[in-house]
Design a protein around this ligand. Structure first.
Ligand SMILES: Cc1cc2nc3c(=O)[nH]c(=O)nc-3n(C[C@H](O)[C@H](O)[C@H](O)COP(=O)(O)OP(=O)(O)OC[C@H]3O[C@@H](n4cnc5c(N)ncnc54)[C@H](O)[C@@H]3O)c2cc1C
Length: 435
């Protein structure tokens, strides 16, 4: 009997696992379950709307979904429509790939004031995640502070300062485009606890900040060291050298000419969000290097702003029925093995780091484990899930249904935008009733 595998979560980690199982040639059926009618996880709802090329990896995932061994079960939520214990009863192997879509908190006074929005929330909003459609971000302010020195922080800053023309080829939804274009934000402060050498920007993303139509990247040359210093890994050192060179170019640019600015600030750690009910600024403590660590200096300064976006990382929530490490915010696992017949991959397994392709080795490892642990199938898999969901009255969205949704999005787009995303699950389901 074929080994029945359920993969919960259809972001990169889920799809790489399915792909690896198919490559191994294992006699198996693979059911790909997602709580949304749309597959691809953060490729659709995280990757920036103006970085369409990055999203093209979904074409490979589409081939996987269309493989005869695979079936997509969209609009099915683990924990609501089916529990983990139920799934484990139905399938020989269950792979958890539900990601980490919650904001990590700053843990400082004032962070619940109106105008503080974590990057998971803000990015989900401007990418039309249905959960965030009713969010009304505070954008009526001349200045925003983005806390963090990674690519997500850069994405957020860039989306805030790009013009409508620069976003024309993106799939930024109209409601977000309207709100952002109407905003008086002119200064975005991108603030990192550590120095320019430790910043986690990739160089392509950083360089892009030097080529924006109306926004200038502002860097104080005094913040930039002459050399990168001791970095053992050659690749890492080259990246840091490139970033430093890019930041030097920014620092050398003459001021003026452009109407918006993205200020890169280093060695500053937020200690308090200032204001009354609404954010009025952020107090930072200057930091300095102390060996490998950075430590506070006791010296503080304030930046006035009405919007604060902490881009300091994502975290997973516990999955009912799976052991959870609440210090690391990941499912307890040994190289992807969680319990007999239960596995985890991607951000849920190792935390929120790396690019799309970083999730591939997780999938490969878990495919190896499944092949080694479960030589033949014993559980019914798909038929049992179908019966269960039908009894619950769940409207399962098939991959064909998703393709119909996608075609409707493409047809509704105003050129040169690639698609006009549906904003609500109910609208997606209504579209399916029509087609
Ligand atoms: C803002 C942002 C920008 C990024 N930009 C880039 C980039 O430009 N290039 C790059 O290479 N990488 C980028 N990344 C990283 C990349 O997106 C991640 O490495 C990758 O998406 C993590 O994959 P995952 O499968 O673990 O999680 P996810 O992609 O989050 O997928 C998890 C899936 O699980 C589903 N799910 C969640 N809960 C349930 C449930 N209860 N039941 C059923 N399904 C559920 C979700 O709907 C989702 O589809 C970015 C990440 C972020 C946050």
């Amino acid at each position: 009997m074929s080994v029945s595998v359920a993969i919960v979560g259809t972001g990169p980690a889920g799809f790489y696992t399915a792909e690896a199982l198919l490559r191994k040639g294992l006699d198996c059926t693979i059911d790909l379950i997602d709580r949304l009618p749309t597959p691809y996880g953060l490729i659709r709802f995280g990757v920036a709307p103006d970085h369409q090329t990055t999203k093209k990896v979904t074409r490979n995932f589409e081939k996987t979904a269309l493989n005869e061994r695979c079936r997509f079960f969209g609009n099915v939520t683990l924990g609501r429509d089916v529990t983990l214990n139920e799934l484990r009863g139905m399938y020989d192997a269950v792979v958890l790939a539900v990601g980490a879509d919650n904001d990590r908190r700053l843990g400082i006074p004032g962070e619940d004031k109106r105008g503080v929005l974590g990057s998971a929330t803000f990015v989900g909003w401007y990418n039309a995640h249905p959960d965030l459609r009713d969010l009304v971000p505070v954008l009526d302010t001349p200045a925003a502070v983005v806390i963090g020195n990674g690519n997500v922080a850069i994405d957020v800053a860039r989306v805030l300062v790009k013009t409508a023309a620069e976003m024309a080829e993106s799939d930024l939804p109209e409601f977000a485009a309207r709100a952002i274009q109407a905003s008086p934000i002119r200064d975005v402060h991108l603030v990192g606890r550590r120095g320019p050498v430790e910043a986690k920007f990739t160089n392509v993303e950083l360089r892009e900040m030097g080529h924006l139509d109306v926004a200038q990247a502002v860097v104080d040359a005094k913040d930039l060291p002459d050399v990168v210093g001791d970095v053992e890994d050659d690749r890492d050192r080259r990246l840091k050298e490139k970033n430093l060179a890019t930041l030097r170019e920014f620092a050398a640019q003459p001021a003026g000419g452009k109407t918006r600015r993205v200020h890169f600030l280093f060695y500053a750690s937020p200690v308090e969000i200032l204001g009354g009910e609404r954010v009025e600024g952020v107090r930072f403590e200057r930091t300095k290097r102390d060996g490998d660590r950075v430590v506070g200096t006791g010296q503080t300064f304030d930046i006035a702003c009405g919007l604060v976006i902490p881009a300091i990382g994502y975290r997973s929530l516990p999955v009912d029925g799976a052991p959870f490490d609440s210090r690391k915010d990941i499912v307890v696992n040994d190289e992807g093995r969680v319990a007999p017949g239960l596995y985890a991959v991607g951000w849920l397994r190792r935390g929120p780091s790396g690019v799309i392709a970083t999730n591939r080795p997780d999938g490969v490892a878990v495919a190896e484990h499944i092949a080694a642990d479960i030589p033949t199938g014993a559980k019914p898999g798909r038929v049992a899930l179908e019966k269960h969901l039908a009894a619950r009255g769940v409207r399962v969205v098939s991959f064909g249904d998703w393709q119909a949704i996608e075609q409707a999005e493409i047809a509704a787009a105003h050129a040169p935008a690639p698609r006009r995303k549906f904003e609500r699950v109910t609208d997606m389901l209504a579209q399916l009733e029509k087609s």
